[in-house]
Ligand binder design. Structure first.
Ligand SMILES: [Zn+2]
Length: 88
């Protein structure tokens, strides 16, 4: 996997804001694979995959996938132990 073909997690803000009313890029995410815990914006975002894939900066495991079809949006969060959203 190339080290230069991803964006940072901030690039997911538009797509995620369509699903959630709050900006989840500021949420703290814990990786199911290695336990790395950081704000989602620090994840590695691949937008040239089918859909959008966010990977852990610690172990490269998939944290989140978003795939849009003509009728639906699929959100796969199984790579996250949790997302901790700061209270406003
Ligand atoms: Zn990890």
């Amino acid at each position: 996997m190339s080290e230069t073909n991803y964006l940072d997690g901030n690039a997911a803000a538009g797509s995620l804001s369509e699903l959630f009313a709050v900006d989840l890029t500021a949420a703290v995410a814990r990786c199911n694979g290695c336990g790395h815990t950081a704000v989602f914006a620090e994840s590695r975002l691949y937008v040239d995959a089918p859909g959008m894939v966010a990977r852990c900066p610690g172990c490269e495991s998939v944290l989140l996938r978003v795939v849009k079809t003509p009728n639906d949006t699929y959100l796969d969060l199984r790579g996250l132990t949790y997302l901790r959203v700061p209270s406003s």
